[in-house]
Design a protein around this ligand. Sequence first.
Ligand SMILES: [Zn+2]
Ligand SMILES: [Zn+2]
Length: 548
Amino acid sequence: MPQVQIIPLGGVGEIGKNCTVVQEGDDLLIVDCGLSFPNEEMLGINIVVPDFTYLVQNKDKFKAIFLTHAHEDHVGGLPYLLDKLRVPIYCTEFTAALIRQKLDEKVGRDKYDIRIYKPGDIVKVGALSVEPVRITHSIPENCGLAVRCSHGIIFFTGDFKFDFTPVDGKATDMARLSELGREGVVALLSDSTNVERPGWGPSERSVLPGMQAVFAAAEGRILMTTFASNIHRMQQFMDVAAEYGRKVAVVGRRMEQNIDTCERLGYINVPKGTRIKLEDLALYPPNKVAILTTGSQGEPMSALVQMSRGEYGRLQIKAGDTLVYSARPIPGNEGAIWRTINRLFQQGCRVIYDSPMPIHVSGHAYQEELKMMINLLKPFYIAPVHGEPRHQYLYNHIAREMGHPEHRIFTMATGVPLNLDDTSAALGTAVAAGSVLVDNAGTAGVSDEILRDRYSVANEGLVIVTVPVDVTKGVLAGDPSIMAKAFSGSPKTLDIALDFLMDAMRNLGREELRDTSRVKADAADAVKRAIQRRGGARPLVVPIVIEF
Ligand SMILES: [Zn+2]
Ligand SMILES: [Zn+2]
């Protein structure tokens, strides 16, 4: 039988930019195409997407994109992939509705091809076929994917939890999972994000009493921030508002769009007469209104952050307001979130971010749920995804505890294929893969060098070295000079660096001075050495040769 390869292009050893290749012979598909957020060292970077080089190299084989659900860490890379390649995208109706909004803006309406699938459908992709299975998470129409290949089923759980009382009543298709387990799952790629949490995770419905308690106690306006895609959380908020006789206004473009789309398609049921326009808020007393807002991640341009600064034209925070922070900080955003919360408190708004009754629950499986998935699917090989190294490690420990032998458990890494053969599986040689950084201007492909330079300038400043050279004669045409901006060292250090620079330049012969790149390299080197000797600072040193 032909070899089958599973190649993660992201989402392993990290949380974010989920994207995995499944390849058999000349047929290649990917599961998800996500983005991740920059770490604190990636200055000026807005988002991070997978390196799609491998897909471009194999564009003749690349047949289809399958999406498990509409979260950004699973779909946010699409505009950057579709920029290079046009491949049909398979997803559920709900996922399609959400990604269409973004693709229309970023890619253009005629540049993508979405095909709808529903749980139970089987989509053939050459030698492979894909069957979505309904599994609960924190967004409607989330699917696990059974990818059938010559060796059996490769099962992608996608993001999941076992929610037995889902808000939309659509529970996980446990029966189908167990049938697939009986048919033969050769490899399980499981969510591992919450592997550190013992027991079973609470149902989405369990935030209802927490919200009711807030509504029962608050005398002023009630605001809630959550992810704009958390349709069920917003549904519950509107239900509770209606129960307490409050009208609901929605703030933030993405949230307004999502609620409009979901209401039109029937994914959200706004209680009659509950929703009002933001402009009409002033017509009602504070204890008769509630507000849903974006900004749960402290995004600088979001409505909530602008309100916290008193800079949002359409709505001002008032003393006596209550804000429910119904979300979880995505790692890296904590600082921005706390600053927002602090500013809200300064304006007299009470922020509820932690309470005895839950106001937020996770959409990811806890330990017992992860075990339940393994039990249902009975996989031969097992590999945790959607996790950082500690999550992968701890998940593997659980798999071993459940009796899986070491040689059937794999810790995957970006770009490294898991090769399935007739009688064995092994990790292979890495393909081209990694991260592509997209800066605040939307330019993809910011290099490591640019990042290092930004980091140096931000932390230690900038030193500009100017050397005037008469290139025809091969002599210095004047004295070299040094100028510093935001430099962390002392003026004395710059004096010494200038001495080093003079020495280095005087040591250059006629031929060497005619070679401007040599002059630049020696000038930068002399200045860097002098500065480092005086205390180890590493500013960005930019040499300039002025030719006469
Ligand atoms: Zn998700
Ligand atoms: Zn995810």
